[in-house]
Design a protein around this ligand. Structure first.
Ligand SMILES: C[S@@+](CC[C@H](N)C(=O)[O-])C[C@H]1O[C@@H](n2cnc3c(N)ncnc32)[C@H](O)[C@@H]1O
Length: 830
């Protein structure tokens, strides 16, 4: 009964709370019966007038919140006696007063900043409040039910320690009365409180005072009876407020357990962050805060690794024991191996296996990365506009069309799918790229489609497919390096730019590029020039006297195109790409020092050195040589035809050759004469005239039966099928240099079948140009050493266009003492 009365005193606050916060309602779930207490008009009014949710309105009553929150906190802490004792009825009353006063103020004013107010804090903490059923904890949960069921529930049974304690808190109903008075309502008539109503009940003191003597006696008896019960319970832990088994309250949110510790940590982190000075705060603040900062902790001492391989094992007593004397000598050069030497404690030597390795040494190469791009932030060349396809400029296009230069291209190769247009492909040898119109093998098998493959590769995109990047060199401006590997002879990139006529080139040199240090002009075809000032990345490839690439001109779909190909060895990731410019610096003034650093560096950016020809033999020497050759031929023939035995003193090799006799010999003789004559005749068609030849005659009649000729590699390559018919083993591969001569140069040395009308015309002027050139270049090169090399060519003068002759190696148009630095597409031979 007392318990009920005490609860009744809490009801107004509870009423406010139940309206303002659902969480709070949860907190009060143990007094579910009190929910029947009508809500105050204030909160109702707020809830109806305010647009904001009810929970916001709760902020209005800060003090109430605080009071009730305190209460809520106290309710969260068992036992019940403690809870009720902790209730401060005065504070509750004050809170109610505050609520009553509140409606006079405008709503906007009443609503403070949620984050800054204590009520907001209180609300947050309430949300995390453990929820439990106090009535159950106090053992009175089933009472209501039992009463409802008509059970006779005696007071004795309902008495609890908490109930007794509540007797002392007699001023709660008073507060309620006060509140009622203030609200202008008459206090409700006292009635027998029930748990379910939660209504106000009279206190024990009033009750006693209002009782009659007899009744009072009976009451006191009951009280003393109660006291005995209490006395009996006095020695319990609960009575003494000792928590032997503290109840662990767990918090769950959204079906998950909420660790209060984690929450505390988070809160403390937040607090720390809030305390720490904000980013970008003025330095003054930081400086002011600095002296308060705790003293720096002691510096960490670096731990050195003082043991390595085989640590913990003792070394052999005599480490030199198994070494050879020579090895011992070398080992003696390593002081750390000497017994007397101080031991290297930082990085001690491996005790067993290192000695032999040290003394013998071993070549090694660090493994390459497959792909290795330059780090970002590399210097970029200024004023370079990329152009990935050749573009005719001015008259160049019209001139190009006039020339029926590439009719030869129409011919089809005779390769089979098995051949796959490999080295013997006629197109390949002529440096014509195969396509669907001129290839017999078919696209699936053809290996002679480098430009098409390159196009596919670049189109697919990605820096490793492109495989090259611009690099800033130390002393040669920009260059090109690889970020992947390339196979030998693999196409790397195309050299593209504007195709211009010579006149246009002259004009540009005089006007546009007169102050330039670098020129990007490449002799191309039909006396035209590729100007890669606006062009592909290939323009950045530098020169080297020992290059790893070649610049080669191919005919692709009837059009000449230039591309950089890997040389005869593979190119590794990170290598700088170079080719031999084959410059012909005519004017000594414009000679540039070559900084390629190759062991065979020519010192200047100049033309390739010509092969040193032996001085021409005198007539007598010639006669002698011819006679010698004839004699040798005779001797060979005699050996073959079974003539006289070799004279004594002939070397052993010759004696080993068996002499053919009888019919076999005759047959052989006949076969040889027929076959060799045939072969010689057919070979003569393709072999250039200048090759050395030996005539073979029969000893008896002196009739010439065959002419043995030494052919050049290009012819051999070109006439591979014929060579195989002659049972002559052809050279392994075609020489690109010679092949290049066939297509790009004057074709002077080519067979009639490969000669083009243009080349035939130009070949006429080669001789005179050559002699003029050799005289001038000799003069220029002689003066090179005297002049200080300077980057960039001199200002060119105009020259007659017709004076330019396609030559093998150097395509250089020049006038008196002037040069046009044009790189030649001539190939470097391996
Ligand atoms: C076609 S550009 C090459 C790209 C050039 N390095 C750049 O930065 O644009 C040719 C010029 O590069 C320089 N160059 C190329 N190879 C060189 C070398 N081995 N030694 C010195 N200079 C070189 C010369 O100035 C030459 O005129």
């Amino acid at each position: 009964m007392e318990t009920t009365a005490a609860m009744g005193s809490l009801s107004p606050a509870r009423a406010i709370f139940s309206e303002t916060s659902t969480d709070a309602a949860d907190t009060f779930s143990h007094v579910a019966s009190l929910s029947s207490t009508p809500p105050t008009t204030l909160t109702d009014g707020l809830s109806t007038t305010s647009e904001s949710p009810k929970q916001e309105n709760a902020i209005v009553s800060d003090s109430i919140d605080l009071a009730v929150h305190d209460h809520a906190e106290s309710t969260a802490t068992p036992p019940l006696a403690q809870l009720i004792e902790s209730m401060d009825a005065e504070r509750v009353a004050e809170a109610i007063e505050a609520v009553i006063d509140a409606p006079e103020a405008p709503l906007a004013e009443q609503t403070p900043e949620p984050a800054a107010t204590p009520s907001a804090r209180a609300r947050r903490s309430r949300q995390s409040m453990p929820v439990y059923n106090l009535s159950q904890l106090s053992g009175t949960a089933g009472h209501g039910k039992r009463r409802a069921n008509g059970d006779d529930v005696s007071d004795k049974k309902r008495r609890t320690i908490s109930g007794d304690t509540l007797v002392a808190t007699g001023d709660s109903p008073k507060a309620t009365k006060n509140q009622a008075k203030k609200l202008g309502k008459s206090p409700e008539p006292p009635k027998r409180a029930t748990r379910s109503s939660g209504a106000e009940v009279e206190t024990l003191a009033t009750k006693i005072s209002s009782l009659g003597k007899r009744s009072r006696k009976t009451f006191e008896q009951g009280l003393s009876k109660m006291s005995r019960e209490i006395r009996r319970l006095q020695d319990t832990n609960e009575f003494a407020k000792i928590d032997t088994k503290p109840v662990l309250y767990t918090t769950w949110a959204k079906g998950k357990y909420v660790d209060p510790k984690a929450k505390e940590q988070r809160a403390s982190k937040k607090a720390k962050l809030a305390e720490s000075p904000k980013k970008g705060a003025p330095e003054k603040e930081a400086a002011a805060a600095a002296p308060e900062a705790p003293a720096p902790t002691q510096r960490r001492v670096k731990k050195w690794l003082n043991h390595g391989l085989y640590s913990g094992q003792s070394a052999p007593l005599d480490i030199m024991k198994q070494l050879t004397p020579n090895e011992k000598k070398i080992a003696a050069e390593h002081p750390e191996l000497m017994p007397s030497a101080t031991v290297n404690k930082v990085l001690p030597m491996p005790v067993f296996n290192g000695i032999r390795l040290l003394v013998q040494g071993r070549d090694f190469k660090l493994p390459y990365d497959i792909c290795n791009p330059l780090p970002s932030g590399q210097p970029k060349p200024a004023s370079w506009r990329l152009m990935t396809r050749n573009r005719f400029v001015g008259e160049a296009g019209a001139n190009w069309k006039k020339n029926p230069h590439f009719k030869d291209y129409q011919s089809k190769c005779v390769c089979t799918p098995e051949d796959g247009c490999a080295e013997s492909c006629q197109n390949r040898i002529m440096l014509y790229e195969c396509d669907n119109t001129n290839c017999n093998a078919g696209a699936a098998y053809c290996q002679n489609r480098a430009f098409a493959r390159l196009q596919e590769r670049v189109k697919a995109g990605g820096k490793y497919r492109v495989g090259v990047e611009v690099l800033k060199t130390q002393d040669r401006g920009f260059g090109i390096r690889t970020n992947r590997c390339f196979r030998p002879n693999q196409i790397i990139m195309e050299y593209t730019g504007e195709i211009i006529t010579e006149e246009e080139c002259e004009r540009r040199m005089e006007e546009k590029y007169k102050d330039n240090e670098c020129y990007y002009l490449m002799s191309f075809d039909q006396n035209m020039i590729i100007d890669a000032t606006t062009g592909s990345i290939a323009r950045f490839v530098n020169h080297s006297c020992q290059p790893n690439c070649r610049m080669i001109k191919w005919i692709v779909s009837g059009q000449p195109r230039m591309a950089l190909f890997a040389g005869d060895r593979p190119i590794m990731t990170g290598e700088e790409l170079t080719y031999d410019y084959n410059f012909d610096p005519f004017s000594a003034k414009n000679v540039q020092a070559c900084l390629c650093g190759a062991p065979n560096c020519r010192g200047v950016l100049g033309p390739k050195p010509k092969e040193i020809k032996p001085p021409k033999p005198s007539k007598e020497e010639l006669k002698k040589a011819v006679k010698k050759g004839v004699n040798a031929g005779k001797r060979k023939l005699q050996e073959l035809l079974g003539g006289k035995e070799d004279a004594e003193g002939n070397d052993a090799k010759k004696r080993k050759i068996k002499t053919a006799t009888g019919t076999k010999a005759k047959g052989l003789k006949r076969t040889l004469s027929n076959a060799s004559l045939k072969a010689a005749r057919s070979a003569a068609k393709v072999v250039k005239k200048s090759v050395s030849s030996i005539s073979v005659k029969t000893p008896a009649s002196g009739r010439k039966i065959a002419t043995i000729k030494r052919t050049s590699s290009v012819v051999k390559a070109y006439s591979k099928t014929k060579a195989s018919r002659l049972s002559v083993t052809p050279k392994k591969s075609a020489s690109r240099k010679s092949s290049m001569t066939v297509v790009a140069a004057g074709n002077k040395k080519t067979t009639p079948s490969t000669r083009t009308p243009a080349s035939a015309k130009s070949a006429k002027s080669t001789k005179s140009a050559k002699s003029a050139k050799s005289a001038k270049s000799a003069k220029a090169l002689a003066s090179q050493s005297a002049d200080t090399p300077r980057r960039g060519p001199g200002r060119p003068r105009k020259h007659p266009i017709g004076s330019v002759t396609p030559r093998k190696g150097v395509d250089l148009a020049r006038t008196n003492n002037q040069i046009r630095l044009v790189q030649s597409p001539t190939l470097e031979t391996a």
